[in-house]
Design a binder for this molecule. Structure first.
Ligand SMILES: Nc1ncnc2c1ncn2[C@@H]1O[C@H](COP(=O)(O)OP(=O)(O)OP(=O)(O)O)[C@@H](O)[C@H]1O
Length: 243
């Protein structure tokens, strides 16, 4: 019954490199779960995410995300930069990914803006919003597309700590309500522990999964709790001294 996305990347080598960035990476991504890809800088996390997104097809293996009926999964992407169209209002930016009549799309856009705490900002342009508000708008757009899978590459890394914490809490809330599959790239152990149902700990050169850990602590989480502190210590050790 439970949908999983089977992924097997035999090899990914950039044309200017002699050795693969990713080799023999096999994982079944469970549908509806929040999975973090946690690994050191330069490990190949973004490369892996680009492959999952279908943006990079130059690899050996199978990484097609498909629904149960064999159709391609609907995928939303969120990167470090919000990538909103500067010449469109926030509402129009969200409407771009909605379906239906103009009235229906506007209704959906306003719903999602309300969900992310941006009611009242719909007629503003991206340049008029703060960094945190822009991320909220990008999050609204990502969910408004009604994706099966949301791929996120360090989306909150440029924010100050309170803004990033508030966005993480919002993301957890939205994920718990919608239960879409989220694949989240980060090199921040605490961020992965705060957000994830499951953490794939990754090594570099070539990138491989060195641990696959389910995080069962209920939300909201406290990274200072004994269980999460112990996991954090274990991850630090594994990243410093990979087997
Ligand atoms: N387009 C490219 N052409 C050549 N090499 C690349 C390209 N993109 C990434 N690389 C190399 O592949 C390796 C993995 O990069 P990638 O950005 O996927 O790592 P990452 O784990 O996401 O790192 P970070 O956390 O710093 O963003 C790095 O050595 C990088 O230099």
């Amino acid at each position: 019954m439970a949908l999983t996305y089977p992924i097997h990347i035999h090899s990914k080598t950039f044309s200017n490199e002699s050795t693969p960035v990713i080799r023999d990476l096999e994982v079944a991504l469970p549908g509806g779960e929040f999975v973090s890809l946690l690994g050191p800088s330069g490990a190949g996390k973004s490369t892996f995410l680009n492959i999952l997104a279908g943006l990079d097809k130059d690899f050996e293996g199978n990484a097609a995300l498909k629904q149960e009926n064999g159709q391609p999964a609907r995928i939303s992407l969120m990167f470090q930069e919000p990538r909103l169209m500067p010449w469109l209002t926030i509402c129009d930016n969200i409407m771009l990914v909605c379906e239906g009549t103009k009235t229906q799309r506007k209704h959906q856009a306003l719903h999602w803006l309300q969900q992310v705490g941006l009611s009242g900002a719909e007629n503003q342009y991206p340049a008029q919003l703060s960094g945190g508000m822009l991320k909220r708008a990008a999050l609204a757009r990502a969910f408004a597309y009604e994706p099966d899978v949301l791929l996120m590459d360090e989306p909150f890394s440029s924010l100050d700590i309170p803004a990033a914490d508030s966005l993480r809490a919002l993301l957890t809330q939205l994920h718990q309500a919608r239960r879409i599959t989220v694949v989240y790239v980060t090199h921040d152990i605490n961020e992965a522990l705060m957000l994830s149902d499951r953490i794939l700990l990754l090594s570099s050169h070539p990138m491989q999964i060195i641990r696959d850990v389910a995080i069962t602590e209920p939300h909201p989480r406290n990274v200072q709790s004994p269980a999460l502190l112990a996991l954090s210590q274990g991850f630090k050790q594994a990243l410093t001294h990979p087997a």
